[in-house]
Design a protein around this ligand. Structure first.
Ligand code: TRP
Length: 443
């Protein structure tokens, strides 16, 4: 069973070098690990909480999507989507809002900090505080719970939000789960070994300190200009430098292999001038960034391509979100539970039915899909070398009691025939698979 790793990127700014080394690079690496299903999304509803400038929202969305793809995110492997393309998120957000204690939200750090600031300025405690800011942790819980994420990599400032998401999930499970958990309890993941880059002045690199080094914006020239502004001490070339204490070295280390970093350090300790050290740092960072920057520029020039990638991501994400939402609507009583065996005549008149569709894949293997009456793909078979074998498998699925062929491991259901694996699919789809097979049996 793969671990689902999910994180959101608020689309209210332009990524800088610190974002790259601290979040983008490690997240992309993590998404390539075996046994990981990564869900990375652009948290554009969250951006509206902080930013009411439509142009900035639009621009940031493009820049962030282009940055992640240019930096190597593989949209085939990662489910990469935009929050506002998933209507199930605000829908779930409302369900969660209705079980979330207001008192819990009163304790949120971000809200409390805003209140404290108002009080310190002798203003009304809630002056300028929107409901978006106040209930933001509920939206974040919806982002996470909708995909039953196991691990959520975030910065330390988000730990409390993860605790709140777990609280809310537990309450929902308790109220509506009827003994079965509707939501997985997510765990926070704080990266200890990831580089927190210092900015030009040595404080943490952050837009709010105005000390950032640009990632792609402005090209190699802007990168170089920023590196030249890194603050150093006044030691002259030839004088030994305190490498360990210099943030120039900290920046170098974040991009160099250990050996090269040790070499750089030695050179500084032996008197390399800061000017030369900056030149070396530029070359090192350029080496990693320049091929990415080329892809970035191309992507920024074709927003349609970015849009296509995001739309494909939304389809992938919704394939998981829709069946869970259907279950949740039933669980809270908004919808009746699906009735598996309706009269066949009634079904027929309703138009299309569930069906198998078989095809030959790119590798020449024979596979089939089970589609629900509404066309949703419910399962995709493993490849069969022989089309007849695929046909036999489909026949058996129609004829044998499907429950006896299914096993379920937490969130993944597997279907076996005569000991051989036929397919694995999201266990949330089980009710729909049962329903579809029941329909087929009536043919
Ligand atoms: N609030 C997060 C931040 O500011 C971004 C975010 C939104 C997020 N939804 C999320 C992170 C869900 C993890 C999971 O950094």
């Amino acid at each position: 069973m793969n671990t689902r790793v999910l994180t959101g990127i608020t689309t209210s700014g332009t990524p800088h070098l610190g974002n790259y080394a601290g979040a983008i690079r490690p997240s992309i690496q993590a998404s390539m690990l075996p046994g990981v299903d990564a869900f990375y999304f652009m948290a554009d509803y969250h951006a509206l909480i902080k930013c009411d400038d439509p142009q900035r929202i639009a621009r940031s969305r493009l820049e962030i999507a282009a940055t992640w793809i240019a930096a190597g995110l593989d949209p085939e492997k990662v489910t990469f989507y935009r929050q506002s393309d998933i209507p199930e998120i605000p829908e779930l957000c409302w369900m969660l809002t209705c079980v979330t204690a207001k008192g819990l939200m009163n304790r949120a750090h971000a809200y409390k900090a805003a209140v404290d600031q108002n009080v310190a300025r002798q203003q009304e405690p809630d002056d300028g505080i929107t409901m978006g800011l106040f209930s933001y942790p509920v939206l974040m819980a919806a982002d996470i719970l909708l995909f039953n994420a196991n691990k959520v990599p975030v910065g330390r400032d988000q730990i409390q939000h993860l605790e709140m998401a777990r609280d809310i999930a537990q309450r929902f499970n308790h109220l509506y789960g009827q003994g079965k958990d509707l939501f997985v309890l997510p765990e926070v993941q704080i990266a200890e070994d990831v580089a927190t880059l210092p900015g030009l002045d040595g404080r943490k690199m952050s837009k709010s300190y105005d000390n950032t080094i640009p990632l792609f914006e402005g090209g190699a020239k802007a990168l170089r200009a920023a590196v030249m502004r890194i603050v150093t001490d006044s030691r002259q070339p030839g004088e030994p430098k305190d490498a360990e204490g210099s943030h120039l070295y900290a920046l170098y280390r974040a991009f160099a292999a250990p050996q090269a970093a040790a070499q750089f350090r030695k050179q500084l300790e032996e008197g390399m001038g800061w000017g030369e050290a900056k030149d070396q740092l530029c070359i090192l960072i350029e080496d990693e960034l320049s091929p990415m920057r080329e892809r970035y520029v191309q992507l920024m020039a074709s927003p349609d391509r970015i849009e296509d990638i995001l739309q494909a991501g939304a389809v992938k994400a919704r394939r998981l979100a829709q069946p869970l939402m259907e279950r949740l609507r039933v669980a809270v009583g908004l919808r009746a539970a699906p009735v598996p065996s309706q009269a066949p005549a009634a079904r027929k008149s309703a138009g299309k039915r569930a069906r198998f569709v078989s095809f030959r894949d790119q590798d020449g293997q024979f596979r089939f899909r089970l589609l629900a009456a509404d066309g949703q793909e419910l399962l995709l078979s493993e490849g069969f070398a022989d089309p007849k074998a695929a046909g036999v498998a489909m026949g058996k699925l129609k004829d044998e009691p499907i429950a006896s062929l299914l096993t379920r491991d937490d969130q993944v259901a597997s279907l076996h025939l005569d000991g051989a694996l036929v397919c694995r699919f999201d266990a949330a789809l089980l009710p729909r698979v049962h329903e579809a097979v029941a329909e087929l049996n009536q043919e």
